[in-house]
Design a protein around this ligand. Structure first.
Ligand code: AKB
Length: 315
């Protein structure tokens, strides 16, 4: 039986992934862990343990105690925070991956999911429809950790036959759990502020186009790649994943269809430089060819669903 360990289960992706895997595979088959407690919905939905991924012995003990067969390593420091704490970001993002790859190498687990990001690309990468294989010269600390991580995943597959699967997530939009410390977080904050203040001060310029994805699609992709036949996987670094591409002005226009008085100002800060180094859109044909990936939510559908659910959540 597959028994999954989610590390970073209280984060933006981890929380929804935990709940969806429990729904699909049964509560007992998913052990949720994080360095801190999360929402009551998550904590009450099955086994939850406090676990620091930097403590390798604790991770091994947890894996052995629960007879874990696969690990989803969702703990990471994102782009904006990583620029403030470069050494810490390198340490957390690389050491955590190294611990989990070692577990597989030592035969304790048989499969790993590790998230990469569009941050692996840089200013010299083609910006439009960025191909799967292209120039990768990231200039953000976070991007450097993700590119190094991809090379480690590829290395462990080719040299030790480790089944480690990965996706380059675009910016993720969700209403259940807030993101934290990312450059694409504006695309979540804007919905909250639209509902509470009718106004948003955006930290990116109006025409900053970035690849984005609704969380429903991101969770679907994560489960799909992990369930794909081993023989269908041809990329052992990380798969490009496209979603929708838009800029802050375009998202504001879709919000105004639902909240006509909504207004937006632009006050770019240090995150603008990070965003400017990333692609505008992503070519994910290889993920489609290998494991049938296709996104569902476009910008209008995202805005409708976000506003509806946030309204209910905020009461
Ligand atoms: C971030 O903005 O840092 C993340 C990402 C694109 O990986 N959302």
């Amino acid at each position: 039986m597959t028994k999954s360990l989610i590390i970073g289960a209280c984060g933006q992706i981890g929380s929804e992934l935990t709940l969806e895997l429990r729904k699909q595979r049964g509560t007992e088959s998913v052990v949720a862990t994080d360095i801190r407690e999360g929402s009551s919905a998550l904590m009450n939905s099955g086994i939850f343990e406090i676990l620091d991924v930097m403590d390798k012995t604790a991770v091994i003990n947890c894996v052995e105690k629960h007879e874990i067969t696969e690990v989803y390593l969702m703990a990471a420091m994102l782009s904006a925070t990583a620029e403030k704490y470069p050494k810490k970001a390198w340490d957390l993002n690389m050491t955590s991956l190294s611990h989990i790859l070692d577990l597989a190498h030592d035969g304790l687990i048989s499969k790993i999911f590790w998230p990469s990001s569009i941050a692996v690309f840089g200013p010299t990468t083609p910006k439009k429809n960025t191909p799967q294989v292209t120039i990768m010269e990231p200039t953000s600390v976070y991007g450097i950790t993700k590119l190094a991580g991809e090379r480690w995943c590829d290395y462990y597959y080719h040299n030790h036959n480790i089944d480690v699967r990965s996706i380059r997530y675009p910016g993720l939009i969700s209403w259940k759990t807030d993101p934290g410390g990312g450059t694409t977080d504006y695309a979540v904050e804007i919905y909250h502020k639209a509902l509470t203040n009718g106004h948003y001060n955006c930290f990116l310029k109006e025409d900053t186009e970035l690849p984005m994805m609704y969380m429903n699609d991101a969770i679907k992709a994560t489960i799909a790649i992990m369930e794909a036949d081993f023989s269908d996987i041809t990329v052992w670094a990380s798969y490009n994943l496209g979603g929708v591409s838009f800029n802050p002005q375009e998202i504001a226009v879709t919000i105004q269809k639902h909240i006509p008085g909504f207004s937006i100002d632009y006050q770019p800060d240090f995150r603008q430089k990070i965003a400017d180094s990333w692609p505008n859109s992503i070519d994910d044909q290889v993920a489609f060819d290998d494991w049938g990936w296709q996104h569902e939510f476009d910008l209008d559908a995202i805005t409708k669903d976000m506003l509806l659910n946030l309204k209910i959540k905020k009461g």
